[in-house]
Design a protein around this ligand. Sequence first.
Ligand code: P5A
Length: 427
Amino acid sequence: MRLSTYFLPTLKETPNDAQIVSHRLMLRSGMIAQECAGIYHWLPLGLRVLQKVEEIVRQSMNEAGFLEVLMPTLQPAELWEESGRYDAYGKEMLRITDRHDRRLLYGPTAEEAITDIVRRFMKSYKDLPRVLYQIQWKFRDEIRPRFGVMRGREFLMKDAYSFDLDAESARETYRRVMHTYMVTFKRLGLKAIPVRADTGPIGGDLSHEFHVFASTGESDIYYDKAFDALDLKGDENDLNQLMNLYAMADTMHDPKNCPVPQEQLNHTKGIEIGHIFYSGTKYSDSMKATVMGEMGKQIPLESGCYGIGVSRLVGALIEAHHDDYGIIWPESVAPFKIGLINLKKGDSLSDETCEKIYHTLLSQGKEVLYDDRDESIGVKFSTMDLIGIPTQIIVGPRGLKDGNVEIKNRRTGEKILCTLDNLYQRI
Ligand code: P5A
């Protein structure tokens, strides 16, 4: 991609309504633009990151054998009356009336919609167990949308729903999802801790939130300091270790009954990037979702639901990976892997060399952003740092005299000289 023909509306000034670093950096780097309170446009650079995050989440779910569906954003009110949540959900639900005066709503979550599908098409114990998921926009009319995509009103969620024959296998599924989440977050470049949590309006008796530590996080968590020393690989062993560690949301933490001694406990802020629930037969009871059991009896489905805040993750990743100059993307979600900087546009050797490097990298399937603009060196450096491209190749007449270019590592700031011949090997 050539920056001269890209759409990257970066801002020089720090927007003063943005209170946290990820929100500021997303606006400044031209990733998003606000449409109205809690609702954002995703511009080309931001959309690339969102899609990478989405794809990592999707891959991990697919590898676990979970099945992707796509349900509409709009849902009929009747389904929610069946489950009893239509009134209970309150003002966070955006209610809509169509031209025939039929009551619809913009889905804040989809337990009812999925339960309706399952009760219509899964009739026998042989159809179970199944985990279905979607990656779809949700709407919650949050009273105080803030921090950009962290607490939006319209946001992208991966929501999965499991259906099992009995409680034991439902809990086993819950564990499998937990493991899948550890893999997902690891791949995204995040260290996430599962924390015991309240079930709130979703219901059920077992629930974990997944948090990344950040001073700007909106949640309070208490956890065993041993977590900090863990080097998580995302395997089954990690999950066992994590399950044995004390980690609680503040509403669940009872200092008097805490099994971990005070000095072994940390209290910190976290960003909730995922939340999973074992909801038992809550929805299948109210919505009469049963299957024919082996003995010919109708059995209510045991279910769980599992969320990941996909758009929130983009903000959380920036909270975890940035410095004073801007974003530092982990490789797996970087919008471009390589930034190519032409220090002297118009200098024929620089132009030719850059074109050659650009086309060679493209032909190798690399994602390159080539800054071919007629801008000052300072602007080019600061743009590339701001938008966080992990590796920069810097090309200018002075180095080229000796056949050299520079490679800069965005994370460490380290620059090395490299001959043109060696460049592709180094990259
Ligand atoms: C689980 C899947 C649910 O809705 N039903 C389906 C369950 N859980 S949840 O905790 O309410 O939401 C799941 C995740 O979505 C993200 N999230 C948000 N992201 C941005 N802005 C919001 N307003 C918002 N609300 C929830 C969080 O990451 C949450 O863990």
